[in-house]
Design a protein. Structure first.
Length: 372
């Protein structure tokens, strides 16, 4: 049985009342018996026995009331002191988890995130401590992610900047004028920097939930057909076969056409990049799919490429994450495309699933809320 703090306090106070009440009843009984014995030994004499019954009662009442005043005062002082001590002891036991939590909070306030408070029970204190431990874990993960992000951004910015610096220094040392070919290469690096900065800006807005979407009714079937046509030439140049299939036309959704286009451009570009010559890429649109107790429109992008190891799938949508980093950098990827696609789809109220098998291919399934 799980006890709440309120129940524990109620039970403890009830036990205190029972103990004090029981002790009071026993001590009162013993005290009264001792006083009657004393009265019998010292107060019952010839004068008492010769007195009328009414006077005898008054003598007994006076004797008992005098003794009871002392008993009540002494008993009251004793039980007040005992009750306070027991209450202090019980309150110390009940608030011990809270004191540990306060100490842990002070450590976090000083910047120490490596804090984990033991969970002693399943009551409200236990739930608060469990939530606190989860919070510190997320803070540590966020801090680690921030450090990795700073390192990754510095690396990505350093590469094109180093290339531009090297080319300009070579031209300066050779005392040569800058040729149009060099200007074009410098311009390529500037464009690459601009794309990286823009991607980071958009991604930060999406992660903060502040990405502005211009959602309007959109025929997803027509939009996908257009996107596939736009990238089909690149696929054919790489010796790949690309196809699009829709099980219904039109397929209405509420979406930002520009953001959704970027999602599928990123997915198809990745498929082209990592599918060897002679491979196939297919895009399949399904208008009504039941998932998570809701109806979605699903778009599956399937390739016959190199695939992704199972242990890499959980990190696939992290910023700057690359499955094979050396090759990805060589092919010009920044590791932001999938992360941007993931957050864009989430901003639309949908989600992405991925299934892959090394050397067999990969399928990205994009789920968007079905339109009316």
């Amino acid at each position: 049985m799980k006890w709440t703090v309120r129940q524990k306090i109620f039970v403890c106070m009830g036990l205190i009342v029972l103990i004090i009440g029981g002790v009071h009843a026993v001590t009162k009984q013993v005290y009264m018996e001792s006083q009657f014995d004393e009265f019998r030994k010292h107060e019952i004499d010839a004068a008492y026995l010769s007195a009328p019954p009414g006077e005898q009662i008054e003598i007994l009442k006076t004797f008992v009331s005098g003794k009871m005043k002392l008993f009540v005062l002494g008993n009251l002082a004793f039980f007040i002191a005992t009750g306070l001590l027991i209450s202090l002891w019980i309150s110390g036991i009940l608030t011990l988890p809270l004191r540990k939590l306060v100490a842990a909070i002070e450590r976090v306030a000083q910047g120490d995130l490596d804090v984990n408070v033991p969970v002693p029970s399943n009551d409200e204190y236990g739930k608060v401590i469990h939530t606190f431990n989860d919070m510190t874990l997320r803070l540590r993960e966020a801090e680690d992610a921030r450090r990795r992000l700073v390192a990754d951004v510095a690396h990505e910015l350093r590469t094109p900047l180093s290339i531009m610096q090297l080319k300009l220094e070579n031209a300066q040392q050779a005392d040569q004028s800058v040729s149009p070919e060099m200007l074009l290469r410098l311009q390529d690096e500037v464009i690459r920097l601009g794309h990286l900065v823009e991607d980071l800006h958009v991604l930060s807005l999406a992660e903060a939930g502040r990405l502005a979407l211009d959602c309007k009714p959109l025929d997803l079937s027509a939009k996908l057909e257009q996107i596939v046509d736009d990238v089909k030439m690149e696929a054919e140049e790489n010796g790949l076969e690309m196809s699009f299939h829709s099980k219904a036309k039109p397929v209405p959704v509420m979406a930002d056409a520009r953001r959704i286009t970027q999602v599928f451009i990123n997915l198809l570009t990745n498929a082209i990049r990592y599918t060897p010559e002679g491979g196939k890429i297919s895009v399949v649109l399904e208008d009504t799919v039941q998932e998570r107790n809701a109806v979605y429109t699903r778009v599956s992008v399937t390739d016959t490429g190199i695939g992704i190891p199972a242990e890499e799938l959980t990190h696939l949508f992290d910023r700057f994450y690359r499955v094979e980093k050396a090759r990805a950098r060589h092919t010009g990827g920044t590791g932001l495309g999938l992360s941007i696609a993931h957050h864009f789809v989430r901003a639309h109220g949908g989600f992405i699933r991925v299934a892959s098998e090394p050397d067999r291919g990969t399928t990205f399934a994009v789920y968007l809320p079905a339109g009316e």
